[in-house]
Structures are given as C-alpha cells and as structure tokens.
Design a protein around this ligand. Structure first.
Ligand code: ADP
Length: 507
C-alpha cells in the first residue's frame, strides 16, 4: 500500500481515530479498520487494488467520510482498509453556459460553493444540512438538499468508476472517445449502469457530473407554521399539490418545534428532566422561539414576475387551511451569503456546518443517528409514520425531534436521535429504538432510505419480496464484478458469495 500511494498516505494504529464510527452506539467500536490509504489519482487507486487483491484485504471506499450519523468513515467489516478519496479534490469543469460541474470525490459542498463564488459563476448548488461532506458521497448515498436541484442523484449526469479488477468505466456519453456530451445527456448505448453505483459496493466512483441551477433574479423562502401536532395531514395536503404542479421548486422540509430548537440550543433551556420533554415544555419552547408545532420551509426561484405569481398561488393554498401561517423572506439571487437569515441558507444553496450542533441536544458528549423512513406523501401515511416514530422514540425515553422531507409523491420521515456518546444506557436505548422502528415499519410496508452500518443487514432483510429476489440479483452482480469481495463487503447487506464465510464476523 505504501508503494501504491506513498508512505505518508497510509495510516495505521493511533492515526485511525478519524476512521472510527464517531457516534458509535454499539459496545466499543465494532467497525474498526486496520489501516487507511489515501490515493491522489485513478492510477494510485488501481495500484491499491492490486495490493488489496494480492493480500486479500477488503477496501471500504469513502469520499470525505463525513457521513457521521450513519457510521462516518468506518467500514462494515472490521479489519478492512479504508480507501479515503479526500485528496482527489479537483473541480475539473464548471460550465456556466450549460450549467454543470465535473468533480472528483474529495470536493465538498463547502469547496464547491467557495469556488463558484470566487470565480463569480452564476450557478446555484443544492446543499444538504451540513456542508462538509462531498457532492459525490452524498449523491451516491441518495442524500438530498433544499435548493431547486435537491434530489442530488437526479441531477447527476455521467460517472467515471474504477471496478474491482482495476478497469475504468465511463458511463453514458462518456464512453464515446472524445465525447462532447458526457455531463449533458444521460443516455448512451445500451443498458444504463449509473444506478448500480448508488449505495453500492460494485465500484469506486472517481468523477461525476452535476447539473446546477442558473442563479435566479429572485429567491423567495416560505415558512408555513402549523400550531398543533395533528395539523400534519392538513399541512401535507396543502403543500403536496404545489410540489406536484411545480409551483414550489424545492422539497418542503417539515420540522417539529423540537428539531427546530435543536438547531439553536440545548434542551436544558426548556427541560432538564429525564424522559421525553412534556407538552408544557414544548409549548413554552414554541412561544420562546416563535415557531409552530410544525414548520415547513420551501423556496421559489426565478425572475421576480414569476416568483410573485408563484407566491400568490402559495398564499392561496395556505390561506385555505385554518390556522396555518405563512412567513416569507425574499432575496436577490446574487445576495451576499452574510446577509441571508441562517435558517434560509440551504434554500439559497449556501452550505454551512452550523447544524452539527443538533447532536448536542441531549447534552453530554454530542452524538446522533437518524431514523429515515420512506412513505407516500399523503396525510394518512405521514400521520401513521408520525405515530410510529414518535411512540418508538418516546418509549425509548428520547424527545421526538423530527419531521418530513416532502416531495411530490413520497416523503421521508426523519427523526434525529441525539445522545450522549459516553452514556452506555443512552447508546443502548438508541440501538433498541432504531431496531424497533425498522421492524415496526417493515410490518406496515415502509422501509428506510439509508442506514447506519449497524443496521444494513437488518434493513436488507426487510426487502424480502419474492424470496429476496432483489438481493439475489444484487449478489449475482457483486459476484460477477467483484468475486473476491474486495470492495466494501457488507455494504447495504450485500455479501459476495465468495467472501461470505470470511465475513462471518457479521455483527
Ligand atoms: P461524505 O463525502 O458525504 O462524507 P462519505 O464519504 O461518508 O460521504 O460516503 C458515504 C458512503 O457513500 C460511503 O460509506 C460509501 O459507501 C459511499 N461512497 C462515498 N464515496 C464513494 C465513491 N467515490 N465511490 C463509491 N462509493 C462511495
């Protein structure tokens, strides 16, 4: 490995601290790498693969490894070598005319935004809650953001991937030698491969194109507040049609008062006791922060004539539902980020790391994991999800801090479980709560969209249609492309047949 990437770029022993699960809730740290290698190029990755094959060492690929709530840079199989791509951080293209960028895996949302501003590009990035992760890692995990191109994987176009055998594949029009439309046109010749590399152990993605939105003249950020827990259905029914017909151009992110409060302070300001925060404390928190029980945020973009017309439609939809209140803030598209209200940054495509503080809600040494279940974007389903998640979380003794990311047809129900990582009792309760939600959700026809290392197998087990026909095809592909199981064994519960006995360490 040292020959492959240079001695300083191979880490072991105490230097591996940054590659452990930062918010582990298991006993000790079950997901422990033996080393980390940090290549700077595709050629170095190929040399690392040769060494890995020679010594039968599994690699675990990360881009920036900041996926903290789901295991960080830690590998599913202890002893794996983390393949850390953060040094491959070139922004290879920014095309203002056609609105796309081409990046390597180490490029973070913070880097991309700084580059666009420094070079006065009039293009808007969509950014997730915390900007330190990579565009590529986030999109591959099907992460999302809150500006117009919020479904990040849907706005990607054209991949370069290194396979386990060291071959380099470019997808779509990238397969044309000297091709001119790699990051412009999604099709190509024959079956599309891009999806195979999402939440996947089939390849190492080394380049990816993304479409960005041209900077609009005007951005209007809307916030709809609802006063009661049971207003959720009416709120969802009011917003969904606006998402379906394109009036609203972002996802609508709906958070309860507790999750909004966790972005600003610690629970001890309102309640210091054990167990879930009582309703009276929630009410005083709502009054202090001037927030609703539910708070939905979304944005409108375009020339002022268009945003004004869109806002009229939003106003009418909100006014039709009793007790909903709409607050609006309007910005010029080229607003200086310093002038933007912190709560509106994501809608303007401005990354930040402020929300790291949400992990500190419970006090102690901050840590968190998330529950994230997919459901239909209807009043009935979101209420059902709320009942399921809130009761599980509160039974485990935690506050329900959560909400929904609403799209036109589906919603992701999210709950933040923040805990004190030094408190073994809390860690145990988090583990039980997440495990119980997965089981209860599966029984009701729901499943998470993403998972922590500790639950990958259990979640894969919930996808059991037709005797696990889906997993069977996934394993067939894994066996064909990576028969020795060199790449990320166990990722999303996919264990290549050949390496299954060797990984009997399944935790
Ligand atoms: P981030 O860059 O947002 O911190 P991570 O680097 O933690 O994200 O990546 C999250 C997950 O996405 C990884 O555990 C891995 O499974 C997958 N992943 C990230 N980057 C790549 C890549 N370049 N190629 C293949 N899979 C990747």
């Amino acid at each position: 490995m040292r020959e492959a990437v240079g001695a300083p770029n191979v880490l072991g022993g105490l230097d591996l601290e940054g590659y452990l699960d930062p918010y582990a809730f298991g006993e000790g740290a079950p997901f422990r790498p033996s080393a980390a290698v940090i290549p700077a190029s595709v050629e170095e990755i190929q040399r690392v693969l040769t060494a890995a094959r020679q010594h039968q060492l599994p690699l675990w690929t990360v881009s920036r490894g900041r996926n903290y709530g789901y295991g960080g840079a830690a590998p599913r199989v202890s002893g794996s070598v983390v393949l850390d791509l953060h040094r491959m951080n070139r922004i290879l293209e920014v095309d203002q005319e056609l609105g796309y960028v081409l990046v390597e895996p180490g490029v973070s949302f913070l880097d991309m935004h700084a580059h666009l501003r420094a070079n006065k590009h009039r293009l808007v990035l969509s950014v997730p809650d915390i900007g330190w992760g990579s565009l590529i890692g986030n999109a591959l995990e099907r992460g999302f953001g809150y500006a117009a191109h919020g479904e990040h994987i849907a706005f990607s176009c054209g991949l370069e991937v290194v396979l386990a055998d060291g071959s380099v594949v470019r997808t779509g029009m990238g397969a044309v030698p000297g091709g001119t439309a790699w990051h412009l046109y999604r099709g190509g010749c024959g079956p599309a491969l891009e999806g195979l590399f999402q939440q996947s152990s089939l390849g190492i993605v080394t380049k990816m194109g993304f479409w960005l939105m041209p900077q609009p003249e005007n951005v209007v950020v809307c916030m709809v507040k609802a006063p009661r827990r049971d207003d959720l259905g009416a709120l969802v029914d009011a917003i969904r049609p606006l998402l379906m017909d394109g009036t609203v151009q972002t996802k609508a992110v709906i958070g309860n008062a507790t999750i909004v409060a966790s972005m600003m302070g610690e629970r001890a300001a309102w309640f210091a006791g054990d167990g879930p925060m009582p309703a009276s404390a929630v009410r005083s928190m709502m009054a202090d922060l001037e927030v609703g029980w539910w708070n939905a945020r979304f944005a409108l973009y375009g020339p002022t004539s268009l945003t004004t017309a869109r806002l009229d439609v939003v106003r009418a939809a909100v006014a039709a539902v009793p007790d909903l209140v709409l607050d609006v803030r309007s910005y010029p598209g080229d607003v200086n980020p310093e002038m933007v209200h912190p709560a509106d940054r994501a809608q303007l495509g401005i990354p930040s790391t402020d929300l790291v503080r949400m992990a500190a809600w419970q006090g102690g040494e901050p840590a968190h994991t998330d529950i994230s279940l997919v459901c239909p974007a209807t009043a009935a389903d979101t209420m059902r999800q709320l009942d399921l998640i809130q009761s599980t979380v509160e039974t485990a003794g935690f506050d329900y801090a959560g909400g929904f990311t609403l799209d036109a047809r589906a919603a992701i129900a999210l709950a933040l479980l923040s805990f004190d990582r030094k408190d073994e009792r809390q860690r145990e309760r988090v583990r039980d709560a997440v495990g119980n939600v997965i089981v209860a959700a599966a029984a009701a026809g729901y499943a998470p969209y993403r998972s922590h290392l500790a639950f990958m197998d259990r979640i894969a087990d919930t996808y059991g249609f037709n005797e696990h026909a889906l997993r069977s095809v996934q394993v067939t592909l894994k066996d064909a492309l990576d028969p020795e199981g060199l790449l990320s064994p166990g990722k999303q519960g996919i264990w290549p047949t050949s390496s299954a006995p060797a990984v009997s360490t399944r935790q």
